[in-house]
Design a protein around this ligand. Structure first.
Ligand code: MG
Length: 379
């Protein structure tokens, strides 16, 4: 269904402590939320109406995505400016929305659109649940029944020609509270469609905290997982050894199909394990000639790419090298920095440690080097 959107972002923000449309909510500009929702729902033209002094900022932020139009003195003037900017058939549907209700979802938009298939106009609204009182100097003078009372939200949906004509007929000396009021004044039947608490309007600073909480509640719960890996390689003839992505001059080297970097192999297995992605042998079989002699940072980087593709993020990693020689400590900071670079995290999240086995076992006798790694991830 062809429809267009007018987003009114004209507030001066005197009650919320600044212009709401340019504040951050859930890490995004408030205005950004509504624009993205209309884009996702398939709006053909999106017009954003901003105060004249905000035109440059809005053009710079959204110029390629939406039409930016200057607002007027009153909200109604801004809406009319937005409607007149639409270059479209006058029978098309237009949804008018407050930028101050940022948690708009395509489902809200679709609910209005399906109503407009048979009705001339529809708005989102919530039934009143609180008791109503009319006060006079803090004294209750009347308690109106709340039956059939609704709180109007936005978007509000109309046919373009209907709402334009309704604005022409609206008395110039009166201020409408919303578009539905203007439409009703012209005799247009406006249907109420169940709205949503998430369309709560940002008015006061505390409203930001409320909507931030709703955004958090909407996010899928993440798990913390751990993984562990172990690897060992045999010492053989050579002049240097690769450990944790760093080449160390040494009188022996580790023997293996790749560069035999046991530290990176153990870490690669730990990350694959945490994400339930098998082990290093599944992804880089030692029988496959293409991995012969390759640098092990490629294995580790591949494991990180797979993990991130599953939505995982690394919290920290901790590698222990087990050998009598070479001395690891002089190279430890270089190893941490290199691992941090390969896996794309801060150095602070990477630990490299070393231990001997007091000359016991295969590492103690100098037959080989072993490495252990653990990691924690959020996924
Ligand atoms: Mg290995």
């Amino acid at each position: 269904m062809i429809f267009h959107a007018i987003i009114v972002a004209g507030g001066s923000g005197s009650r919320s402590g600044g212009k709401k449309q340019w504040m951050l909510l859930g890490g995004r500009l408030v205005l950004d939320w509504s624009i993205s929702a209309f884009e996702a729902a398939g709006a053909v033209q999106i017009v954003v109406v901003v105060p004249p002094e905000d035109m440059k900022q809005a053009q710079a932020a959204y110029g390629g995505r939406v039409w930016v139009v200057a607002g007027g003195a009153q909200r109604a003037d801004s809406v009319v400016n937005g409607l007149k900017a639409l270059m479209t058939d006058s029978d098309d549907i237009v949804l008018i929305h407050d930028a101050a209700r940022p948690l708009l979802k395509p489902g809200h938009i679709n609910a209005l659109l399906s109503e407009l298939e048979t009705k001339p106009a529809a708005i989102l609204a919530l039934p009143m649940t609180d008791s109503l009182k009319r006060g006079d100097n803090n004294r209750i003078v009347e308690a109106p029944a709340r039956d059939n009372l609704w709180r109007a939200q936005t978007p509000q949906a109309f046919r373009l020609h209907d709402i334009l004509r309704a604005y022409e007929r609206w008395p110039a000396d009166q201020t409408p509270s919303d578009e539905a009021m203007v439409a009703a004044h012209s005799g247009i039947n406006v249907t109420l469609v169940a709205g949503d608490m998430s369309l709560h309007k940002l008015t006061y600073p505390a409203d930001f905290a409320l909507l931030e909480a709703l955004i958090m509640a909407d996010k899928p719960m993440k798990q913390i997982r751990i993984g562990q890996g172990f690897d060992a390689h045999r010492w053989g003839e050579g002049q240097s050894v690769w450990l944790c992505g760093v080449e160390i001059v040494h009188d022996q080297t580790l023997i293996g199909h790749s560069d035999a970097d046991a530290g990176l192999h153990a870490l690669t297995d730990a990350l694959l394990g945490a994400a339930g992605l098998g082990d290093i042998g599944d992804h880089f079989p030692p029988t496959d000639p293409q991995w012969k002699g390759v640098s092990s940072d490629r294995f580790l980087k591949h494991a990180v790419d797979l993990l991130r593709a599953k939505g995982g993020e690394i919290i920290n990693v901790d590698v222990t090298l087990i050998c009598e020689r070479p001395k690891i400590k002089p190279h430890r900071e270089a190893m941490r920095a290199r691992i941090a670079e390969i896996i794309g995290v801060e150095v602070d999240r990477v630990s490299v440690k070393a231990t001997t086995t007091e000359q016991m076992g295969f590492t103690g006798r100098g037959e080989g080097l072993a490495a252990q790694a653990v990691c924690s991830i959020e996924i």
